[in-house]
Every structure is written in C-alpha cells, then in structure tokens.
Design a protein. Sequence first.
Length: 155
Amino acid sequence: MYKEKINLFISHNGKDRGYMEPFKEMIGPAYYVRDSSLDESEPNNANNEQYIKYRIIAPKIDWAGTVAVLIGPKTHERDYVNWEIEYAIKHDKRIIGVFLPGAEDSDVPEGIEKYGDALVEWDADKVISAIDGDTVWQQSDGNPRPSVSMPRGVC
C-alpha cells in the first residue's frame, strides 16, 4: 500500500518528548512521516535565544507542511512552543493541536485557540483527519468543542 509522504514538525514540551515516537507510529499507517522536529538528545551548544529560534527551529518549520502541537498539562506555558505556533501561523502552515493521553483539563496554547486549524484527542482517525484538512475541534475526551479559531489570510 502506498503511503502519502508528510513533512511534519512536532512542537512539544520537552518533558513530553516520549510521546513523539508513539505519535508518529499512530499516524504511520496513513503517512510516511518525514519529521523535522527538534531532537533534544542531539548536542547543541547554542544559548542565544534568537539564534535558536531563527537558525535552528525556523528552518525546520519552514520545511514542514504541517505543525502538530502535542498538548499536555504544561504545554501552554512553554515559550518555545508558543513561538513555534506563532512562527507557523505567520508562514501559513497547517497547525493541529493533539491532546496527549491523560491530558484532561490541559490548557490549550493561545495560538491554537486563535488560529489553529484543528484540535483533536489522541486518536489515529481524528489526527489523520485533521492532518488531511478537516477542521475538527474536540475536547481532550473527544467531545465536540466550539472553535474559537479565526480564519487566516482574510483581511
């Protein structure tokens, strides 16, 4: 069976990096995932925030067609996650939020609330549907959630 290739950047709280491989495995039956996400295990001596954002992270987001944000209890507090969402918005990337398993009552990053394309529970069919372009808005338990997202590109 032919699988569609997808260039994906996975934005996440560093403490949630253990969910990255299960996430890619979950959508693996539908996609051949080419992942440009940051790997915190790779040594990096950079300590200048602007350098990290614009020389390390930005090219990885530019390469990706879709940005998936893994949402756990502290994701909305992470400055880099919020910056990655804002950068993706400005560069017209599809942005989907995905609640991690057990992430009930987790706050959603503001950029996803305002400009995200979809927000779904940890469910392969829902995630694949969101990546494919469906505008699905769910709570962490899969129940419908009203979208507060504003359309992008409309002046």
